[in-house]
Design a protein around this ligand. Structure first.
Ligand SMILES: [Zn+2]
Length: 627
């Protein structure tokens, strides 16, 4: 027995119960805010003529696409038509589909968010053209909803952070002589973009109105294998990329073949998904995981047959997607050549790969790729990987004598190399621990005064300081600090056998998550202390009164290492309001933990009893093995 396509979520992305099949009117509204002289609000016409936006929404251009000279932008309607293999095409809304620009006055300060500004823009547009909205209420229930109308608002803001939100309900009233007023309430999902937003982002935000979910947040963020990753906000270019096979399945736009993952399976051919080959992709599943975790093989190429809108895909070859229920993102690409999650390397003929599960265990099944005309043949075999090292592991050696060091690595074969020699004086001599904490970050800890630094190693020979952690922040008796992966850190004191599990979030903020008392040699040891020695971080109020909170100081934070700035800005505004998004688009580490230090229960040892104790201080659950 095998799961069905429906079991794999075929057609499950709906908007108010309706699939993105057939057509749906698209309304593009140009919104013009007052030019305040900062250069951020030039008029729309000064950057793009009206014909640019008409073409961008409804044109039938021939590649290559270009923003200007000539004006030949990619077309959103054609993008979705091609991506869906002809199953879904947005159409011009009543009145031509492009209205405005509407003069909106100064942009509200503070920004109330796209929910409210979209309500204001729709209200202004509805005052001028009520029929555009009233005519869209096809079910005549006086509510225009996300399944009836797609709205894209272009703001005359060059640096606008693209987003998609449900607008606050907007009322549109039509007054006519001798007949009663007609009125509708417009509450849809609005894609909001600026005058320099590139095609990729405009299509990305508009796709959220169909129920798509973001797939950035792992490794290289799946950039360019799918529209649902991140991209520049302001490049004003026309690079198009298809949605990934998982989204096409979930939107009901293709029907992949389903095959059990078996070493003895016959070779399969993977071809481009198209109207002629809706079964071009292949789902590989295993009885041990059923539909909770599976792989999708997808053929992609920038020069595909009848494919004008995938020219930006990251290569010509095969993509391997791994779906894992509950992960964020729920689908990630395993990039060539080593299967890096979120990687964008495509798999090429001649390569092979042993598929790994999300938990780092191996399927023990090796795929080998070969060319088969324009398709790719995948054959199967049994193989235990000798060593799973996702990519070379970097090492830092540091000497406390003179502060010199070496950056080295362990290659995939397990061999040690020296990469860079660091001069004496590079490191402060009082660091008692230097610990890699994931995402190329490093925690430096001094037991002398409880200070630290969060640094990074963004490239092989470049050490950066990201954030200084003031003296007194850490307890000073940690004898081991160990990275647990996923930004989690174990602090351990050999003095009394206690420990703390902490985290360092994406903003480089330190948190205590759990206190562990494994032994109880000195139950009263800290009971009278004004400090809370059972936390990795000392209490804020334990410091001098004149000292600000760590978060209030002007920290040496250079967050650009996390992602290029354009991508980092993508995160906040791009949370879709779709009710159908079953996954949170936010990475859990980007959510602030609620269990802040001040709310921690009283110190466990202060109770004067011996026990093994585990206090969760908030944050997502994680496994903990006490041996
Ligand atoms: Zn998004």
């Amino acid at each position: 027995m095998s799961p069905t396509l429906a079991d794999f979520g075929h057609g499950y992305l709906l908007e108010r119960g309706r699939p993105a099949i057939g057509s749906r009117p698209l309304l593009v509204i140009l919104a013009e805010y007052t030019d305040d002289g900062t250069g951020e609000w030039p008029s729309i016409a000064s950057l793009h003529p009206r014909e640019y936006y008409d073409g961008l929404a409804f044109g039938t251009p021939t590649p290559p696409f270009s923003t200007s000279d000539p004006i030949n932008p990619g077309s959103l309607t054609q993008y979705f038509r091609e991506c869906s293999s002809g199953r879904f095409t947005p159409t011009r809304a009543q009145g031509g589909g492009l209205i405005g620009p509407f003069i909106m006055g100064p942009f509200p300060n503070p920004d109330p968010g796209l929910e409210v500004t979209a309500q204001q823009v729709i209200t202004a547009a509805g005052r001028a053209f009520p029929d555009v909205f009233i005519g869209t209420d096809t079910d005549l229930n006086r509510d225009v909803t996300a399944d009836e109308l797609l709205i894209l608002i272009i703001h005359n803001f060059t640096g606008y952070g693209p987003g998609n939100r449900a607008n606050a309900p907007a009322t549109v009233t039509k007054h006519a002589p001798l007949v009663p007023d007609e009125q509708v309430t417009v509450t849809v999902l609005v894609a909001g973009d600026g005058t320099e937003t590139p095609f990729y982002q405009i299509a990305h935000e508009l796709s959220h109105s169909l129920g798509t979910i973001d797939l950035y947040g792992s490794g290289n963020e799946n950039q360019l294998p799918t529209l649902m990753s991140s991209y520049s906000f302001t490049s004003d270019n026309q690079v198009p990329v298809h949605l990934d096979a998982w989204h096409k399945i979930a939107l009901g736009w293709c029907e992949p073949r389903i095959q059990q993952l078996r070493a003895s399976a016959a070779p399969i051919i993977v071809g481009e998904i198209s109207a002629q080959r809706p079964d071009g992709a292949v789902i590989l599943w295993d009885p041990s995981r059923w539909t909770g975790e599976y792989f999708i093989l997808e053929r992609r190429t920038p020069t595909g047959v009848n494919q004008a809108y995938d020219s930006g895909v990251s290569g010509d070859g095969l993509l391997i997607w791994r779906f894992r229920a509950g992960e964020v993102p729920v689908v990630t690409h395993l990039g060539a050549p080593d299967g890096e999650p979120g990687g964008n390397g495509v798999w090429r003929p001649g390569q092979s790969f042993v598929l790994p599960w999300n938990d780092q265990t191996s399927t023990s099944i090796e795929l080998t790729f070969a060319a088969a005309g324009n398709d790719i043949e995948v054959s199967f075999g049994a193989r235990q990987p000798a060593l799973i090292v996702p990519r070379p592991t970097r090492l830092i050696y540091a000497s406390s004598n003179d502060g010199r060091g070496v950056i080295g690595d362990i290659d995939r074969g397990g061999n040690l190399h020296d990469l860079v020699v660091l001069e004496p004086g590079t490191f402060k001599p009082d660091w008692t621990h230097i610990v890699g904490i994931g995402a190329d970050r490093i925690l430096y800890y001094s037991a002398t005064d409880g200070r630290g630094v969060i640094g990074s190693l963004p490239s092989v020979n470049k050490l950066d300081d990201l954030r200084a952690v003031p003296p007194g922040t850490f307890a000073t008796d940690w004898t081991s600090i160990i990275s647990l992966g996923n930004d989690r850190i174990l602090y351990y004191s050999a003095t009394d056998g206690r420990g703390v599990i902490g985290s360092i979030d994406a903003g480089n903020n330190l948190h205590d998550l759990a206190v562990i008392l494994l032994r109880c040699r000195h139950p009263q040891r800290h009971a009278s202390s004004h400090q809370r020695p059972h936390l990795a971080l000392e209490l804020r109020q334990g410091r001098g009164h004149g000292q600000q909170d760590q978060d209030d100081q002007a920290p040496d934070v250079r967050p650009r290492w996390l992602r290029p700035a354009t991508k980092a800005r993508h995160l906040a505004p791009c949370v879709t309001g779709s009710q159908n998004s079953r996954q949170s688009p936010l990475n859990p580490h980007e959510r602030p933990f609620t269990g802040v230090l001040g709310r921690h229960p009283r110190s466990a040892s202060g109770r004067g009893r011996c026990f093994i104790s585990f206090f969760s201080l908030g944050g997502p659950p994680f496994p903990l093995a006490l041996t």
